[in-house]
Design a protein around this ligand. Structure first.
Ligand code: DX5
Ligand code: ZN
Length: 224
């Protein structure tokens, strides 16, 4: 199977959200990535509940929500009632991450945890038994266009070595470009969030970018 590409809608043209979403879908996006923030866990506000409602109404591809909020367990029910496929949260923002994963699963959705640059694998290893996805932040979270942190690649390698044993998939978020997709994809990463560098600030149409990206592994995965 080829890599899964998840454009971060926060980087799109907000004046035309519906049009952008349609253009991304038509161009070949696999999943819509929606960044939600509370101004406390990170110093920014991403997309809001009303934006998310538009995405849920208009999307014909799966939706994943990336919650960069403190205490997501207090707000999770608002998300569980929406047609979202996967909910990602930062385990350090939750009092009982394993319980939150169960809550998400019990609502019939997929659960993912997100590792910040400073979050080591050892602090989440028990959660690897029960999560569907592990997202690795390659930048400090909160803003698109943040600086890529190459030292995190070692953590991606480490996680790739565990994914068969624990049965989870790996998503890469922040600073992604074509070289990074090639390198981390070879390690065994499965999914990539496409932000400013990989997609939105290119001087190419979304369709051209997806054609290029689809050509990267041409369906030939090197299993990590
Ligand atoms: C950052 C967000 C990302 C962001 C990616 O905190 O989680 O999804 O939009 O944007 P780039 O690829 O520009 O870093
Ligand atoms: Zn994100």
């Amino acid at each position: 199977m080829g890599y899964i590409y998840c454009p971060s809608l926060m980087c799109a043209d907000f004046a035309h959200l519906k049009r952008e979403l349609n253009a991304l879908q038509e161009a070949g996006a696999d999943i819509v990535h929606v960044d939600m923030m509370d101004g406390q866990y990170v110093e920014n506000f991403g997309m809001g509940m009303q934006d998310l409602a538009v995405v849920c109404r208009e999307a014909s591809i799966p939706i994943e929500v990336h919650l960069m909020i403190l205490r997501p367990e207090y707000h999770i029910f608002k998300f569980l009632e929406l047609e979202i496929d996967t909910i990602y949260f930062h385990p350090d923002a939750v009092r009982h991450p394993a319980h939150l994963i169960d809550t998400i699963h019990n609502a019939g959705k997929m659960a993912g945890i997100v590792l910040n640059p400073e979050t080591s694998i050892g602090t989440v290893v028990e959660l690897l038994y029960i999560v569907d996805y592990v997202m690795v932040m390659m930048v400090n979270p909160g803003f698109s266009g943040n600086a890529y942190l190459p030292y995190i690649e070692e953590k991606v390698r480490g996680l790739c070595g565990l994914k068969k044993q624990y049965r989870f998939e790996i998503e890469i978020d922040g600073g992604v470009d074509e070289d990074i997709i090639r390198r981390l994809g070879d390690y065994g990463a499965d999914r990539f969030v496409l932000g400013t560098t990989a997609l939105f600030r290119r001087k190419k149409s979304y369709k051209e970018v997806f054609e290029e990206l689809d050509g990267i592994n041409n369906g030939q995965r090197i299993e990590g």
